[in-house]
Design a protein around this ligand. Sequence first.
Ligand code: ADP
Length: 510
Amino acid sequence: MRRLTRLWRRSIQVRVVTSTVALSTLFIGATGWALIADVADSLAATRRDAAAGEVRLAIASAQSELDATVEATPAAQVQVLNSLVDSVTDTEGDAGYELVLEGPLGADDVPVRSSLALSRGSVPAALRRTVVERDGTYAAFSRVAALGSDESHPAVVVGSRLHAPRTGDTYALFYLFSMADQERALTLVKQALVLGGGAAILMVSGISFLVSRQVLNPVRMARRIAERYAKGELDSRMAVHGEDDIARLSTSFNAMAASLQSQITRLEQLSILQQRFVSDVSHELRTPLTTVQMAGGLLFEARDRFDPVTARSAELLKTELDRFEDLLVNLLDLSRFDAGAAHLELDQVDLVEMAKEFADDDWNATGLDVTVLGADEPAIVEADRRRVQRILRNLITNAAKYSGSDRLELEVGQVDDRVSLVVRDFGRGITDEEARHVFDRFWRADPARAEGGTGLGLAISREDAHLHGGGLRVYSRPGEGTEFILTLPRVPFAEGGPAVDQPAVRPVFE
Ligand code: ADP
């Protein structure tokens, strides 16, 4: 069932063919039904009128035969009527009708004589009442069955009264004309309609299938080409045949693809130029910076001998030169990421062990009180040790610099395919708006702060995490604290699957 609904939702062709078949079935069914009703009505009416005409003549002749017996005995009169019925019996159905004679009327138990033993109800009660009560010829439709037989067939029953002049008795005479021929004709019409209708529906569904395929094939091709394009095959184009609407669509599609391709190529070249510019500038600046740093270092060493203002300048020079160096190193790193030139040097890394090392005093020069959680079993991932250390160092120094917290939790959590490492402080926290930007390049919550870094640390950490096929997320509550969760897959880019970003631990500040 689910597959069918999926097919219905996804395939325009299935929808077009199904609705065409449904609508044409409805239309053909309704027309056929109306046609059959019409044919049945006119067949019945024709038969009834013909039968009524025939009966009027027959009744007139029977009445004149009866009238002729005015001088005869009552028994002779009954004899005339009986022989009328018997003559029909003798033809064994060849007369085209059966006869039912009821009478003399008036008595409680009216004698009935019929040319064939018929089941009760063959003469409709309403018709009998009318004929018994009034003069004239009346007709009605009924189903007639021989007595004891289950098989019945439609018939038109025409009845009229007869008056016996000698005794003054009244008789009702009914003629039952079979309508089996009309029924057969109607069956034939029905069969022809079912066959014709079925063929028409088949033809319509075939046509709608072919037409929708003709229209949809190019659309499907456009979809395939667009998918390939999205995957980066920018040379993909649609085939153009003829000059119809589809061909024009393909041409426009191709023009769009070509324009996009040239824009993308232009942007790519621009971006390559930009990357090269950043990396060249950073490289070029390094040499003079080293010289300036050396000179600055010397001034810094000798600051005790300067007057206080010059000594302070020497200190400022040193800090700003260090920051400058950081900036250059970070810029070079980022340009390497942008150029796709960053590579992993893989190693078996135990994140529990690494967290413990960072918690150690030797590593932890931040003065924070660090607790390690979730350290009961090793958490091994295949990763680039240097990069993971860099992420962790950055997160811990950030917490020390910006959070205002005096304690820090490092929590390791693991599931089948990934390991998460949480760096959680209990400091000032950041707002949702700030959280949206922390990973942006050069973004700093408070750029005016002197001890601030370059605003590139978290951007680089996230690139490092992505390089592993992992992720770095932030959760925070202002006034309560902030946690950064690094999640790494056990194996980088496991089976080419999507990046593993969902943390393996529950965030506290979610
Ligand atoms: P940098 O440290 O070089 O300024 P980052 O990218 O490492 O750059 O950090 C960006 C900004 O995010 C910081 O300037 C700081 O305002 C904010 N930030 C980072 N970590 C925390 C934290 N633990 N608590 C509060 N703010 C933080």
